[in-house]
Design a protein around this ligand. Structure first.
Ligand SMILES: [Zn+2]
Length: 211
């Protein structure tokens, strides 16, 4: 089993390779690994990321087939099926690190802010289900001076939304709480920069350390 600190280190190193354009060859050995993986998987990290086409977890962390258990949904929101997916992977594959991966200029955050500032009447019910999940994290920001600074609003909104998803995964599931308490499961937030390709892990002080 790969521990949470070890998994975090692998992701950091992988992203460093990606951001510096020196991707490892491992990621391309998929064909040779395919047969071995057909009989089972042991993903070392679970990533809950946004569906945005510019933020594919395997690529930005420079990982290959079988390395990451990835859940992607617009706005990296947490609804019951996302919690269930994380529970499934953590319990079945002994994966010990969960990363909520948001990103700069997230369209789901922008759409939610727009909806809050100029509500539309005929928004699809399904789309609204996403906006409603993001809303509590960004609503408060509109009551501050940030409301005059669109870019800062989105920046803070992205972070607040990542934190809300982390919080939900940490406290919204008995299975996960148990794994956190007894088995070294860790849930951390991270933000990918579309501009630099760098993933910044949030709350550095609270991150699992191997030292
Ligand atoms: Zn997004």
């Amino acid at each position: 089993m790969v521990s949470a600190p070890e998994a975090l280190e692998r992701l950091r190193e992988g992203n460093l390779r990606f951001a510096s354009n020196s991707r490892g060859s491992d990621a391309f050995l998929s064909r040779t690994q395919r047969a071995a993986l057909a009989t089972g998987q042991q993903p070392f990290a679970i990533i809950l990321g946004c569906s945005d086409s510019r933020v594919p977890a395997e690529i930005v962390f420079d990982q290959g087939l079988g390395d990451l258990f990835v859940i992607r949904v617009a706005g990296n929101i947490v609804a019951p099926s996302q919690v269930g997916s994380v529970e499934f992977a953590a319990a079945r594959y002994d994966t010990r690190l969960v990363v909520v991966l948001g990103h700069s200029q997230c369209g789901a955050i922008v759409a939610t802010l727009e909806e809050l500032q100029r509500p539309t009447e005929n928004q699809s019910r399904n789309l609204r289900a996403i906006v409603d999940r993001v809303r509590p994290s960004v609503e408060g920001l509109l009551a501050t001076n940030l409301k005059h600074d669109g870019a800062a609003l989105v920046r803070q909104g992205v972070r607040a939304n990542i934190r809300a998803s982390v919080d939900h995964l940490r406290h919204g599931s008995q299975v996960l709480e148990q794994l956190i308490q007894d088995d070294g499961l860790r849930v951390v937030g991270a933000e990918y920069s579309l501009e630099t390709g760098v993933v910044e892990f949030l709350d550095e002080a609270a991150l699992p350390s191997s030292g």
